[in-house]
Design a binder for this molecule. Structure first.
Ligand code: IMP
Ligand code: MG
Length: 339
């Protein structure tokens, strides 16, 4: 089995955590790889618990899947240790020696930087400062230098390539989304890395040859937790309130109430093209009327059905992604699997 990648098609928080968890649960991948920094939260509802993950791959829900942090991962050690305990995954964690440990001085530097915090709306984890230090070739701390992580440090690219050669599967869990890409997003209102499929692969230590599917994840509207462009932003308090309560649109790392705007078709088309998405996963369809516990696609009616019909246009964008997953609730299994 080859590599599947999950990428956010909007402003982050499209529900990648839930989709990654579902895919891992179903897909029996040997490895789930997380890349990026702890500024990105993945939320997973599993067996009556809510996990707001910043460090551990959402694929932890699949008990046989090994959990990998690639060389393009940035770690806050205390957070990782806490999550490892919480998820009971110490026995299956693997960390690339070149993953970077964010040091308290880097977190402090970012939080002192009022331009980053106020104008860009940085989550303030220190990811940006750590990336900057790495690019400046300053002395930084790698996973291999951190005694508390050493037991998990293994050569990730070798392990992943060996698994692929043996026919095992790998899922690469991307972070954030199209609007936040340093390369293709809405600069300067972006994060400190590219957030598209090819970068996720490189951050994991894999080349493009074994990729089978790229899942682009969308919800029926767009959210942003910081400043920056948002089409047809909802300002009406009672409408926003529905998103913040029923839609759970509260920053999982920042705790901020997310800003909400309309679905952006041009953005979605670009996301399909730039990620070369082969599959579409739609989340939060339950925010619309007509999507209460559907058993099959034809059970979805009303507003929800109209939206799904409209986004059919994305399947006409090369490489013609198929609508594959429709998520109608936060639970792991609240999913119509159309594959
Ligand atoms: P930073 O990457 O924490 O510096 O934040 C840069 C911008 O990206 C800010 O507007 C953040 O709110 C936004 N951002 C960073 N991570 C996420 C995420 O996981 N979801 C949504 N927005 C994010
Ligand atoms: Mg998030």
């Amino acid at each position: 089995m080859p590599v599947d990648i999950v990428a956010g098609g909007q402003g982050g928080d499209e529900g990648k955590g839930k989709i990654c968890a579902y895919l891992a649960h179903k897909g029996d991948y040997r490895y789930a790889v997380k890349v990026g920094g702890p500024n990105a939260g993945h939320t997973v509802f599993h067996k009556g618990k809510i996990y707001a993950l910043k460090s551990i791959p959402a694929g932890f829900v699949s008990p046989r899947t090994k959990l990998v942090l690639g060389a393009g991962t940035y770690i806050i050690t205390d957070w990782l240790l806490k999550e490892t305990t919480l998820t009971g995954t110490a026995g299956r964690l693997i960390i690339d020696p070149n993953a970077v440990v964010i040091e308290p001085r880097q977190t402090a530097a970012e939080r002192r930087d009022s331009r980053m915090m106020k104008s860009i709306g940085s989550v303030g984890t220190g990811l940006g400062a750590a990336v900057r230090d790495r690019i400046d070739r300053k002395k930084i701390k790698f996973a291999k230098d951190e005694p508390r992580l050493r037991r998990w440090v293994k050569p990730v690219p070798e392990l992943l390539n060996k698994a692929l050669a043996a026919g095992d599967g790998v899922i690469v869990e991307g972070t954030q989304g199209m609007k936040l890409s340093l390369l293709h997003g809405e600069y300067p209102y972006v994060t400190s890395r590219d957030t598209t499929a090819s970068t996720f692969l490189a951050e994991a230590g894999l080349g493009p040859k074994y990729v089978r599917d790229v899942y682009a994840i969308f919800k029926p509207y767009v959210s942003r937790v910081g400043p920056g462009p948002l089409a047809a932003e909802i300002k009406d308090k009672s409408k926003l309130n529905i998103h913040h309560t029923k839609g759970r649109e509260v920053g999982s790392v920042s705790g901020r109430l997310r800003r909400i705007g309309a679905f952006e078709y041009d953005l979605a088309r670009r996301a399909v093209a730039i990620n070369s998405a082969t599959r579409l996963a739609i989340t939060h369809i339950d925010l619309y009327q007509g999507a209460d516990n559907p058993r099959r696609l034809s059970d979805i009616k009303g507003e929800a059905a109209a939206f799904l019909k409209k986004i059919g246009a994305l399947s006409k964008v090369y490489p013609y992604p198929k609508l594959s997953i429709v998520s109608y609730g936060p639970g792991l299994m609240d999913v119509l699997d159309l594959r």
